[in-house]
Write a protein that binds this ligand. Structure first.
Ligand SMILES: [Zn+2]
Ligand SMILES: [Zn+2]
Length: 332
């Protein structure tokens, strides 16, 4: 059974999930390709997956059968499990928690060689809606504190299956990265009575030098202190703390913005491996005047080395101003 352990040297939690070593190629990630006949996420192979939690399929089409355009299923090799009761114990210096949580896969399309960058905006909006549906369902479990949506595309970015999919891991605590952002956002709000990200978006829309793309309600920026080349963040232009509370028109506009930015990255960097990460308000937080959601896109163009591990510093060889100019000029 998975469990969480806290490193007493730096208060960082680690998920110890021994069952995940059973999964195919767990330590041999030479390639993420599976041929279509053996791909568990392709239509016709539904029996190779766990039973679906949510699907977009015709009204008369039976569960776990072909005909769907999107499926959400529990991960066959979960990092955390809903069946594990919440527990926290100490063993001398060491703190541990039961591996309470959830780990789901959203199969974004029946097309094995598809992907968000190849979809039209309504298809992308369908994927975003599936993220919301699963977050809202998991938010009813009072034990869960944070729902992390992410996508690993390509072997260098951590994908083990080539078929387009995103994942959701729900955690029994708020991760340190989000807790640190909440602290910074709270401090800015305390000093100025304004949201940090609302201020940042307004400044960047005036300066425009790191602007990648914008539409009526979303803006895509190369962040001022980009950690890696061609990192792009998508922000709502008006204050929105929680992804799962966005309405249909906001999702539609996000889908259109995401499509343009992903196509620019695909053209400019020739289909890079990439991570997508949704940063949103924790599930149990009341509506915040100061936290502002975003989607982070990180093409995998460099690998962290010893300096990065030792210091937490990143060395980024591409300035965000150059990356933004290049992406603005890339027709998508
Ligand atoms: Zn497939
Ligand atoms: Zn804001």
């Amino acid at each position: 059974m998975p469990e969480l352990r806290k490193d007493p040297l730096n208060d960082r939690w680690v998920i110890i999930a021994p069952e995940r070593a059973d999964r195919p190629n767990s330590f041999l990630r030479a390639r993420a390709d599976t041929d279509v006949a053996n791909c568990p996420f392709c239509p016709g192979n539904e029996a190779l997956t766990t039973s679906e939690l949510y699907a977009v399929r015709p009204a008369n089409s039976p569960i776990n059968s072909p005909g769907w355009t999107l499926r959400a299923i529990p991960n066959r090799y979960p990092a955390l499990r809903t069946e594990i009761p919440i527990s926290r114990t100490a063993d001398g210096l060491y703190d541990r928690m039961g591996g309470t949580g959830a780990h789901e896969v959203i199969i974004e399309t029946p097309e094995h060689n598809g992907g968000l960058a190849k979809m039209d905006a309504p298809q992308i909006a369908q994927v975003l809606r599936a993220w919301q549906v699963r977050m809202l369902d998991l938010s009813r479990d009072e034990r869960l504190a944070y729902a992390q949506i992410f996508q690993n595309v390509g072997t260098p970015a951590g994908a083990t299956l080539a078929h387009p999919h995103s994942q959701l891991i729900a955690l029994p605590l708020v991760p340190r990265e989000i807790a640190q952002e909440l602290t910074a956002a709270r401090a800015h709000f305390g000093a100025k009575s304004r949201c940090l990200l609302c201020d940042l978006v307004a400044q960047e829309l005036t300066a425009k030098e790191r602007l990648v793309h914008e539409n009526e309600s979303w803006v895509a920026l190369a962040p001022f202190a980009s950690q890696s080349p061609f990192e792009v963040h998508l922000h709502p232009k008006t204050h929105r703390p929680s992804f799962e509370k966005l309405d249909g028109s906001e999702l539609g506009a996000l889908a259109a913005c995401l499509r343009t930015v992903l196509r620019k990255l695909a053209i400019a960097l020739e289909g890079p491996a990439m991570n997508l990460v949704l940063m949103t308000l924790p599930l149990r937080e009341p509506a915040h005047p100061f936290y502002h959601l975003r989607i982070v896109l990180k093409p995998t163009l460099t690998q962290p080395g010893g300096f990065e591990w030792g210091t937490g510093f990143c060395i980024n060889p591409t300035s965000p101003e150059d990356a933004a100019r290049f992406l603005r000029q890339t027709e998508a």
